[in-house]
Write a protein that binds this ligand. Structure first.
Ligand SMILES: Cc1cc2nc3c(=O)[nH]c(=O)nc-3n(C[C@H](O)[C@H](O)[C@H](O)COP(=O)(O)OP(=O)(O)OC[C@H]3O[C@@H](n4cnc5c(N)ncnc54)[C@H](O)[C@@H]3O)c2cc1C
Length: 461
């Protein structure tokens, strides 16, 4: 819908017809808000809807909800559309096509997985159904399967609603997108609010009774469950594209160039269904995030209407609130950097969020990863009760601009006692990495070599 709205802004209804097929009932909603709807932090599902189908229609976009595209014929320039209300199928022509089919949640074919009481949280309709089950619970035991950020946000939401929550994760830590020294804090925070963690315990199936879920069977035990939430990750929904003969990469995402053009003329793709370029690992990746989807949608909306703009890739920035912590990462973790072939230096520091004497200061853990030799910042992870999510943006820009860590160390970041210590925790981590790198290297950045007498450049108008 971002692509459609952008295209509509650039072309009037007399110049361009825009038709959107959506198999669900909602458009332009924040899936990111589902955990807060379930946790009753947000009370009304409509609050998550930024633009309803009616609002899009009023803006000149012909949205047809409950319509599923079942086939694409790139040569004939047609799509086959099934009406989910009546079951009838029609063929619609197109000059240009935008595929934005999103992601499909992983749902292993385990015994009992289709029982009542086993919920996904990919769509708003699923979020509403889960909330209804929590509003009128059959019992007090909930099990969340999967320790990624969505599983963790949902575990916290269920605790907030008074349920006894167990979280089952096949790997050795929740939030496996963090290095273990930072991820350990997240595990502690979950335990602090009473989430029972079962790590390195892959699930084997679900116990049921009269079609209702009653338990989750792991390699070690059966956990009682009146309600189960699946948070096992997603994969790109690229089947429609693949069946149409469009290139799909080894990641499972639709292959697009930097203009979001797929492998056939006049066909674009954006969002969770595509693979995108990781600017640090230089590899194609699929990362299902609304931040990327919206930016790519804007690029498509411009290019589909004759513009010329690009999506330059991602550096893997992600933030989340897990119990008392803001959890943030960008670039590559130490483990990912090593996998990508970098020789790295990494430092983890424990600092404070405010001046030591200022009331309310909280501990903050910052990890920075840099390339040995060049000193280039490759990634960072930050966990704290305050100030982690915004501090990671500084590191994200350093990663984005391939900044050497000694430049980051000298970056002119703000300081006032209620807001940060004099040495911001990010700079403390940078200082530690510089020390590890052997420091005192001349910076490769020409900006630092500018003569002191040079006068500031006049602002461009
Ligand atoms: C619980 C949850 C929390 C999240 N939290 C965050 C967060 O905090 N930050 C963040 O950046 N991201 C977050 N995300 C991810 C973010 O929501 C997605 O990355 C984003 O919605 C992707 O947008 P999209 O348009 O590519 O896909 P979607 O929003 O999934 O839209 C795809 C649409 O295509 C429709 N569709 C698919 N196939 C067809 C077809 N054949 N015919 C017709 N319609 C079809 C689907 O019904 C769907 O409505 C979260 C996601 C979830 C589920």
């Amino acid at each position: 819908m971002t692509a459609a709205a952008q295209a509509r802004r650039r072309r009037s209804e007399s110049e361009l017809d825009i038709v959107c097929f959506e198999r669900g009932e909602f458009t332009s909603y924040s899936a990111c808000g589902i955990p807060y709807l379930v946790g009753d932090v947000v009370h009304d599902p409509q609050a998550l809807v930024a633009r309803s189908p009616e609002e899009h229609r009023r803006a000149g976009i012909d949205v047809r909800t409950r319509h599923e595209v079942v086939a694409v014929d790139v040569d004939a320039r047609t799509v086959r559309v099934r009406s989910l209300a009546g079951g009838t199928e029609t063929t619609e022509d197109f000059d240009q096509l935008v595929l934005a089919t999103g992601a499909t949640p992983v749902r292993p074919s385990l015994p009992g997985i289709d029982a009542d009481g086993v919920f996904g949280v990919q769509t708003l309709a699923e979020g509403i159904a889960l909330r209804a089950a929590v509003d009128a619970p059959r019992g007090s035991h909930a099990v969340v399967v999967g320790g990624g950020y969505i599983g963790l946000e949902l575990a916290e939401a269920l605790v907030l609603r008074g349920m006894t929550v167990a979280l089952v994760e096949a790997r050795s830590q929740p939030m496996p997108t963090l290095d273990p020294d930072v991820g350990a804090l997240v595990a502690d925070a979950l335990r602090d609010v009473g989430v029972e963690l079962h790590l390195e315990e892959p699930i084997e199936g679900f116990e049921t009774e009269a079609g209702m879920v009653r338990g989750v069977r792991t390699a070690n035990q059966v956990l009682p469950a009146d309600l189960v939430v699946l948070g096992l990750g997603v994969r790109p929904a690229s089947e429609l594209a693949a069946a149409a003969g469009l290139a799909v990469g080894a990641t499972g995402g639709i292959v697009v160039d930097d203009h979001q053009r797929a492998s056939a003329d006049g066909v674009f793709a954006a969002g969770d269904c595509v693979e995108t370029f990781h600017r640090v690992s230089r590899r194609p990746v699929t990362i299902a995030l609304g931040t990327h989807a919206n930016k790519q949608g804007r690029v498509v909306g411009i290019n589909v209407t004759g513009g010329d703009t690009t999506f330059p890739g991602v550096v893997g920035t992600a933030v989340s609130k897990i119990c008392k912590y803001e959890v943030a990462r960008t670039g590559l973790t130490e483990r990912e950097a090593a996998d990508a072939g970098f020789t790295v230096v990494a430092a983890t520091v424990d600092a404070q969020t405010r001046a030591a004497y200022y009331p309310g200061t909280r501990p903050i853990r910052v990890k920075l990863v840099a390339e040995r030799g060049t000193g280039r910042v490759l990634g960072g992870q930050i966990v704290s009760e305050e100030g982690a999510a915004k501090r990671i943006d500084v590191v994200a820009l350093a990663v984005w601009n391939e900044m050497p860590v000694d430049d980051l160390l000298n970056a002119d970041l703000g300081y006032a006692p209620p807001l940060s210590p004099l040495w911001d925790p990010v700079l403390v981590a940078a200082r530690r990495v510089v020390a590890l790198l052997g420091a005192a290297r001349p910076s490769p950045s020409p900006r630092r070599d500018r003569p002191r007498t040079s006068s500031p450049r006049a602002p461009r108008r």
